[in-house]
Structure formats: C-alpha cells, structure tokens
Write a protein that binds this ligand. Structure first.
Ligand SMILES: C[S@@+](CC[C@H](N)C(=O)[O-])C[C@H]1O[C@@H](n2cnc3c(N)ncnc32)[C@H](O)[C@@H]1O
Length: 195
C-alpha cells in the first residue's frame, strides 16, 4: 500500500488536509493539474495518484520552481506522468482540453524563493474560472489561500467572491479552516462539480 494511505496525517494547516482529501477524487488513469507547482510537493502527490495511465499538467511562472518540481519527479520516477509548463495558470485553457478530476492552487509565494513573486487576484480568478470549465463531474478545484502576506487579503477577497458566487446546484463550495489559529492563517477552499 502507498505511503499516503498508511501514514497518519498531521493536520497542521490546509496542505496536509488537501493531501488527505485528494485520493478520494484522483484515481488511476485520471487527469489532474497543479496550477502552482512551487517546490513540487503537490505535483508529486498528483503524479502518484494518476498512476501510469493518467497524466498531470503543472504550471509555474518561475523556472526555479519548475526545476525543483522536475527534480523531485525524476527522483520519484514519476517524470513521465507530468507535463511541466513554464507559463501562468491563466493560460490553463490554452494547454488543456481534457476533463480533469483535480486542479490544485497553492497561492502566494514560493517557499524559500523570491517573496515578491506572488499569485495575483486577476490571474488567479481567471484561472479558477478556466479550471471549473475543465472539471469532470465529481472533480474538484482545491485552493490553499494565504491571507497573511502583502497582497494576500486582496487575493483572498477575489477567491472568496468566486467561491461564494457558484451555483449550489452545480458546485459544492466548501471553506475549511482551523478554528484555533489566527484569522490570517492559511485555509482551504474546495469546490466540487456535482456528480
Ligand atoms: C505557494 S507556492 C506553491 C507551492 C507548491 N504547490 C508546493 O507543493 O511546493 C506558489 C507558486 O505559485 C507560482 N505562481 C505565481 N504566479 C503564478 C501564475 N500566474 N501561474 C502559475 N504559477 C504562479 C509561484 O512562482 C510559486 O512557485
């Protein structure tokens, strides 16, 4: 059995929560997108979940992020399952036309990188809308939102407006945050397209 099914998760923040949930939505042979590759941790998990017959597309605007993601994938023997794209996620629909079961956004800046390069409200909102159009029934968009850094609250407002505007007959829109942390702590938004 794979590590992620046998290890007890430490639910410290939204990222481990998203990793706990993802195997319910992304199975062998499916397609998935990492809209913000960063250091590649989410990309590696998605590549594991889609198996040998599925595929993952990973986006990032920083070469440094794609290099780190590519290196992690190679070490894990998963690079053949992933197409890495050195472009913004606002170009999603230009690169993908197949139905996908998960699109992950981990907003903000690259940990360990240039903190002035951040995801931005307009491009994030555009990418979220494009992600919805690609979702297979039952598929999810997961967004880890970081309100705490400079510019984070503007992006949070854009993402919240999007999540709240969705028709509940077509999308199940969830907000998942820890109760015992500060108001600016990161949290997870999850939108599932109805089955
Ligand atoms: C918080 S990091 C992602 C962390 C990553 N998911 C991981 O597992 O390590 C955010 C990333 O978004 C990237 N980014 C910023 N604007 C972007 C855009 N328009 N399209 C795609 N990626 C973008 C940054 O370069 C940065 O690497």
């Amino acid at each position: 059995m794979s590590d992620f099914l046998t290890t007890i998760p430490a639910l410290r923040g939204p990222v481990p929560l998203s990793h706990l949930l993802l195997p319910s939505f992304v199975h062998d042979g499916k397609h998935a997108v990492d809209a913000t590759c960063g250091n590649g941790n989410d990309t590696v998990l998605l590549a594991r979940l889609v198996g040998t017959s599925g595929h993952v597309w990973g986006f990032d605007i920083q070469q440094q992020a794609l290099a780190e993601t590519g290196s992690k994938l190679t070490k894990a023997g998963l690079d053949g399952r992933v197409t890495l794209l050195h472009t913004g996620h606002e170009e999603l629909a230009r690169h993908l036309a197949v139905p996908v079961h998960a699109v992950l956004f981990n907003l903000g800046y690259l940990p360990g990188g240039d903190r002035s390069v951040i995801t931005l409200p307009d491009t994030t909102a555009s990418a979220l809308e494009q992600a919805l159009q690609l979702l297979a029934p039952g598929g999810v968009v997961m967004v880890t939102v970081y309100p705490g850094h400079n510019g984070g609250s503007d992006e949070q407002a854009a993402v919240e407006a999007w999540a709240e505007s969705l028709n509940p007959k077509i999308y199940h829109s969830w907000r998942m945050g820890q109760a015992n942390v500060s108001e600016t702590a990161p949290y997870l938004l999850l939108v599932q397209k109805a089955l």
